[in-house]
Design a protein around this ligand. Sequence first.
Ligand code: PLP
Length: 398
Amino acid sequence: MSKDGDRPQKLETKLITGGRSKALTGPAVNPPVWRASTHLYDNVAALEASKNQSADARAFFYGRRGGPTQWALADALTDLEPGAEGTMLYPSGVAAIACALLAVLRPGDVLLMADSAYDPSRSFADGFLKKYGIETRYYDPVAGADIAQYFCDKTRAILLESPGSLTFEVQDIPAICAAAKARDICCLLDNTWATPYFFTALEKGVDISILAATKYIVGHSDAMIGSVTANKKYWNRIGQTARALGQVLSPDDAYLAARGLRTMAVRLRQHEASALKIARWLESLDGVARVLHPALPSCPGHEFWRRDFTGSSGLFSFILNGSKAKAAAIVDALELFGIGYSWGGFESLALPVHPEKFRSATHWPAENGVIRLQIGLEDTDDLIADLSQAFGAARPIG
Ligand SMILES: *Cc1c(COP(=O)(O)O)cnc(C)c1O
């Protein structure tokens, strides 16, 4: 927020100052881990009075409503999103997505979801939501303003994810949100790839911005956290649903995320520079058919990335001129890159991926191998040398 209501702070500054109010952290620089379940009241009158306090009040009530360590993190995340009313925290990114969808949907509603959405988001919709009478329909992530052709009387919400998981299509979010707003349809965005540092979602028309804070916010591959930041219209519903479902983040994990957040800008700028260097190097290889990176002109929706984002992070994919067996052989031959799910930590990771398994509204050709890379903070020459030797090792495979 602006100091004295005049000069708005830059995001780099907000990452440092956010949530560090003296009321929450005391004299310490970092919010200390404040562990408690039970609040002991002085007397029955104090106990009764506490029942009237707002659930949003930064006053300790009971552990399930969080304490100073969680509030400091929530406030810091809210501060990064102009137009935000508040942030709820969850024990994983998937919990955040599930609770946000449950907060805005009712039986009989139709949810629209980008066909390139994160696979567990699809599973939650097609499995859990379906059982509760909520239908999900998938749309082509390049739809833009044509999203309106997917609307029906029952369409209540759109779950956007931009760029898409695995394939990185960038969506025209302002156009989609404008079309949705005209029909009072709620726009939720999984903003994990960009974070508010590279894409301030609510300013672009999104109602509810969701992060797997497990990734870049924590940044060190050692904690699981989800967050939901909402505008005024949806904030109460988000809070009520999270409380009804008993969602609470441990103070230890909140502490790790708040600690990670302070260095996120410098980490992301390095992830960006290193990933771009490696993406361009891959583009020059005969063995690579296509690099799927939002900051490269060949990426579907690149023009929207240029218009709406202030940077690109460290995760992208590439399609081989070769088989899935070749992709597996390259990943197996890598020495510096780990093989593992998740991303956003300081270390590089590689994964063969299969987008065709998670598509229903669009077609993804299944023949060629696709590898997703998370570029960490190692030296890029070392990473390129590792990729180079892995391509060499896999040369005999077609
Ligand atoms: C990892 C991820 C999630 C889920 O986060 P978890 O903390 O692992 O549950 C959600 N969305 C995207 C885009 C992700 O990559």
